[in-house]
Design a protein around this ligand. Structure first.
Ligand code: FES
Ligand code: FE
Length: 379
């Protein structure tokens, strides 16, 4: 048995400030689905640590990441979550205007400012690294961001057995038929800890454990042996509350994956659940030490979603029930974290939690000292 972090890792505002700086502003994070970002000028807004970022589709078809920060006096340019900028981005305060590529193109009555800033691009919007993968926009605020694949590959290999294990799910092509937002009164790391173990499954998830007999053992990591996943119960034709499939298996899925549940944590903010006929993508956004917004997208193949009589509710309900059970349990642990006697122990088979803790501690570097809150709080 391993014991782990003390309660301040989940309750301290200073710890979260360090995590925002060292984790959410230095690693790739998933910002949102790009299916609606095909037209030039379409955008979505996302938070990365303490920064607000705009993902903007340019006239050249490129998706760019730009800080949502006017270079004149620092006003936030967009407050909408998503939308259409048209051909340019105009600050509501004094009217400075930027092209879709972030270049300053207009500063009313200040021709000399424009000319001065123009040559060097000194007053253009700050650019941040952006990539598209799995039909999502990913951003990194790191100064020289390594490619997204470099961050994700070890996690994919570790959990799914290979870096291209997601290919057969063709997630890029899928469409979101539903999205749900969960406002969870728990620290963001508790969400990942919970998603990293299945010891809780027999107690907390009767519906899920009925669908996936492997979960009844309590010995699973989150989803069965690495690279294999957990098998659906014999009486189920698909992953849903009633056991009926909402759609045919995804078109490029191998026969071995036709009856499996699998999942992968893509730290620091994404979890994918891989099912025969759909994929669920979770994005985790810390708002406060004890509050996390979790967004879940249910992704189906567009042909299935367009078929007459398509009804995903039964499938959505099964995981939605489990989500609510998971988040309620995480909220209970959060209540425990304020106790001076808080501690947690992990049996060896829950190694994914240990992996997560090591990843977080590595990212925090010298700021992280398990069991030494003063080293985290005091620097
Ligand atoms: Fe944006 Fe002045 S703050 S134009
Ligand atoms: Fe769970």
């Amino acid at each position: 048995m391993k014991s782990s972090w003390d309660g301040t890792r989940y309750t301290s505002a200073q710890v979260l400030a360090h995590e925002r700086h060292d984790i959410f502003e230095r690693h790739w994070i998933c910002a949102g689905r790009t299916k609606d970002l095909s037209r030039p000028g379409s955008f979505l807004r996302a938070d990365a640590g303490t920064e607000s970022v705009l993902l903007v589709r340019g006239r050249d078809g490129e998706l760019r990441g730009l800080l949502n920060l006017c270079r004149h006096r620092g006003a936030r340019l967009c407050v909408e979550r998503e939308g259409d900028l048209g051909s340019s981005l105009r600050c509501m305060y004094h009217g400075w205007t930027y092209g879709l590529d972030g270049r300053l193109t207009g500063a009313p009555h200040l021709r000399e400012v424009l000319q001065e800033g123009e040559g060097e691009g000194r007053l253009d919007l700050h650019a941040v690294a952006a990539e598209e993968w799995l039909g999502y926009a990913w951003v990194s605020l790191a100064t020289a961001a390594a490619p997204l694949a470099e961050q994700m590959e070890p996690q994919l290999v570790h959990r799914l057995g290979s870096a291209d294990a997601l290919d057969e799910y063709t997630i890029d092509d899928l469409v979101a038929v539903d999205s749900r937002i969960y406002d969870v009164r728990a620290n963001w790391k508790m969400i990942f800890e919970n998603f990293s173990e299945c010891y809780h499954c027999p107690t907390l998830h009767p519906e899920l454990s009925a669908a996936l007999p492997h979960f009844r053992t309590g010995y699973g990591t989150i989803s069965g042996p690495v690279g294999q996943g957990a098998r659906l119960a014999d009486h189920m034709t698909g992953f849903s509350l009633s056991g009926k499939a909402a759609a045919a298996p995804l078109p490029r899925l191998s026969v071995e994956s036709h009856r499996t549940f699998n999942s992968v944590n893509l730290w620091p903010n994404t979890v994918l659940v891989l099912l025969p006929d759909h994929v669920v993508c979770f994005r985790v956004e810390p708002r406060a030490p004890d509050r996390t917004i979790v967004t879940a997208d249910w992704l189906f193949h567009p042909q299935a979603a367009a078929a007459p009589g398509f009804d995903p509710d039964d499938a959505i309900t099964l995981l939605d029930i489990a989500n609510r059970q998971d988040f309620e349990a995480s909220e209970r642990v959060q209540l425990g974290a304020s106790s001076a006697h808080f501690s947690s122990v992990y049996p060896p088979h829950e190694h994914v939690i240990g992996d997560f803790h090591r990843w977080v501690d590595d990212a925090l570097g010298t700021r992280a000292r398990s069991g030494e809150p003063s080293a985290v709080a005091g620097e």
